[in-house]
Design a protein around this ligand. Structure first.
Ligand SMILES: [Zn+2]
Length: 385
């Protein structure tokens, strides 16, 4: 039928070139079957799609960072990276090779575990490690939770811990006896924030997650692939028990509330304060709260995927951004971050696929590199070199 119409059109309009190409493009039934076979042969689930650009662009070989790095976001003791002497020594070798001066181990724990962590890290390698303590959330329902948490913090400080890490567990997973999620600005935690201010140790806080995890999981969601690999990261609506979750906006308000109410306490908003999708909003927070800094761990793509606004952001807030990577000590990961900050490379590819498209190097000037790599973190940890 279509072919008949095309033929009639050709004759009426006297346009032979249109007729010829239109007829050539009509697949025959045999060709159609072959096309269907091809499609079926190459069909894969969307979550397996790992596109590679064919663009040929310069790739700078990264040997080490231009200036010494203080990486404020690492997890040194975990099943992948055990706390045995050999693994730590290997980690220090990687740090030496990449010009990483110091690594902050966010997950030092508390009590005996913390003591062990400090002994093996900051005591054995002075200046090379800083260890954070954690809060024991299992005691949240105890009437003396606040006092216990403050006491644990003081003890941790005496042992040598120099920061407190708050993971996204607070706000996204922790429920108390009534079965509701505990808010980030829950009053039970106020004495903890005050104590950190008193001890002059920063609160390294991870609240919420990328905003896409809080939006409907559908064909428009930019984190579609991440969610299909890790469905436990879906924070939209209710949790697996039907308990209503806080929205991303609510969690941001709760976090901002504690930063506002504790001006004597220094806070570090990990992962660009979970607002990497809106750098203007990150800037507003930094303008509003002098006691807040942000960190780039696991969001290496954030500035490099929007290199124009990312470049302006880093220029304006160069004294408020900290270098951090997240995860264990790995040379390839340091290289990815260094490549993004130091070079003009295009289409930077990460070891772990990023759903946020191509990343472009920011080619930061030396004085900004020095601040982000080192000087800003030294303000939080003044005892470091
Ligand atoms: Zn982390």
């Amino acid at each position: 039928m279509t072919r008949v119409l095309v033929a009639v059109f050709c004759v009426l309009m006297m346009r032979p070139e249109v007729c010829a190409s239109a007829q050539r493009r009509q697949p025959t039934p045999e060709m159609r079957r072959w096309m269907e076979r091809l499609r079926a042969q190459h069909d894969i689930p969307l979550r397996q799609w790992r596109p590679r650009s064919n663009a040929v662009v310069p790739v700078t070989e990264i040997r080490q960072a231009k200036y010494p790095i203080i990486d404020v976001h690492k997890h040194v003791a975990n099943p992948i990276y055990p706390l045995d002497e050999k693994a730590i020594a290997r980690g220090v070798e990687i740090m030496d090779a990449m010009n990483v001066q110091t690594v902050v181990n966010l997950t030092g724990g508390w009590g005996e575990e913390l003591r062990h962590n400090i002994e093996k890290l900051s005591d054995t390698y002075p200046g090379r490690f800083v260890v954070c303590t954690l809060i024991d959330w299992s005691t949240i329902d105890d009437p003396d939770f606040s006092e216990k948490a403050v006491r644990s913090l003081e003890e941790a400080y005496r042992m040598g811990a120099r920061c407190l890490k708050i993971s996204k567990y607070l706000g996204l997973y922790l429920k108390d006896r009534p079965g509701k999620f505990v808010a980030v600005n829950d009053a039970r935690l106020d004495p903890v924030w005050s104590k950190c201010g008193e001890l002059q140790i920063p609160v390294m806080i991870h609240t919420a997650d990328p905003i896409a995890f809080f939006r409907p999981w559908d064909e428009k969601n930019e984190a579609y692939l991440s969610l299909s690999r890790r469905p436990e990261w879906y924070f939209y609506g209710t949790d697996y028990q039907g308990v209503p979750r806080y929205t991303h906006e609510e969690l941001m308000r709760q976090r901002n509330d504690i930063v506002a109410r504790h001006p004597e306490t220094k806070f570090v908003g990990l992962h660009y304060a979970s607002l990497s999708h809106d750098l203007a909003a990150v800037g507003e927070l930094l303008d509003r709260y002098a006691n807040l800094m942000v960190e780039m761990g696991a969001r290496n793509w954030a500035l490099g995927s929007v290199p124009n606004s990312g470049g302006k952001f880093v220029l304006r807030y160069q004294d408020r951004i900290l270098f951090g990577t997240d995860g264990t000590i790995r040379a390839a990961q340091f290289a990815e971050y260094i490549r993004t900050l130091e070079t003009d490379n295009d289409l930077i590819r990460f070891q772990r696929p990023s759903p946020w498209g191509p990343i472009h190097g920011l080619q930061l000037p030396d004085e900004i590199l020095r601040r982000i790599y080192h000087d800003n973190a030294k303000k939080l940890f003044p005892f470091l070199e």
